[in-house]
Ligand binder design. Structure first.
Ligand code: PEP
Length: 272
């Protein structure tokens, strides 16, 4: 099977506030030496994706932080997956813990959004993760599985007929649809580690990632489990990224706070 490409996402959340601050961030990224082996995606607030995309180096992609599951209509304040595709925004973050908690998004809603986004042609950064209370009750794997279960159908129902040989499903097609396992990146983000400065230990991250991979293997297929990137999020910084990034099942990061700082470049280059 193909090696999984290291992935680093920057989630700007509702920051920074001025256009000038955003241009400064882009300038840092544009002038940085970035490991060409890494897939890098930044998710500015929706309002600013366009102006930033125009000045951003072309080897860094952009993402929306959310979208709806309908393609158009009377849904005031929402953004549709097909609008993102039309605007040439290739990625969307779905199921971030702030969406689940503050905006009451259920795992079923997140799965509906995931299906709509995949159908429209978007790639997805799908976030899952347990609270501190759930971890302390020994429920981490159970909670993460419950968040992933509604998405299993989306992965299973996909059209596998034109999948390239590298994915192990077929050996004879030259024209193919990109398989969903390459379109969905799973971000394991323990809620207690997001924005708290309390990073998971590399052993905790590795265990959770291995559990997710094993769940995918059982619930979907061994090939999907093997090919799906599982990235870690929660207080990643320049100091802790190397050890986390060297774990066997950690295929990259989703970075909040530190993605607004020059150290984001060090996190992108964690494997160098
Ligand atoms: C996030 O918002 O996805 C995140 C991981 O935030 P932070 O890096 O600030 O913990």
């Amino acid at each position: 099977s193909m090696p999984r490409q290291f992935f680093v996402g920057g989630n700007f959340k509702m920051n920074p506030v001025t256009q000038e601050q955003k241009r400064t961030l882009v300038k840092v990224l544009n002038e940085a030496t970035i490991d060409p082996a890494v897939e890098v995606v930044i998710a500015p607030p929706a309002l600013y994706i366009f102006p930033l995309k125009d000045i951003l180096r072309k080897d860094i992609k952009v993402a929306a932080q959310n979208c709806y599951f309908k393609l158009s209509g009377a849904f005031t304040g929402e953004i549709s997956p097909s609008q993102l595709v039309d605007a040439e925004i290739p990625y969307v973050i779905l199921g971030h813990s702030e969406r689940r908690t503050l905006f009451h998004e259920s795992s079923d809603l997140v799965a509906q959004k995931t299906r709509a986004a995949l159908d429209a042609g978007l790639s997805i950064i799908l976030c899952v993760g347990e609270t501190l209370e759930e971890r302390e009750a020994g429920k981490t794997a159970e909670i993460v599985e419950s968040q992933l279960k509604p998405v299993v159908g989306v992965l299973k129902e996909a059209d596998w007929r034109f999948v390239p040989a590298e994915y192990g499903f077929s050996d004879s097609f030259t024209k193919y649809h990109v398989p969903p396992c390459s379109k969905i990146v799973i971000a394991y983000e323990p809620v207690w580690a997001i924005g708290t400065g309390k990073v998971a230990t590399s052993a905790q991250a590795q265990q959770a990632h291995a559990d997710i991979r094993s769940f995918l293997s059982t619930a979907v297929s061994a090939a999907v489990a093997e090919n799906t990137r599982i990235i870690y999020g929660g207080s990643v910084n320049a100091g802790n990224c190397k050890e986390l990034g060297n774990q066997k099942d950690v295929d990259g990061f989703l970075v909040g706070g530190a993605s607004l700082k020059p150290e984001f470049v060090d996190i992108i280059n964690a494997k160098k």
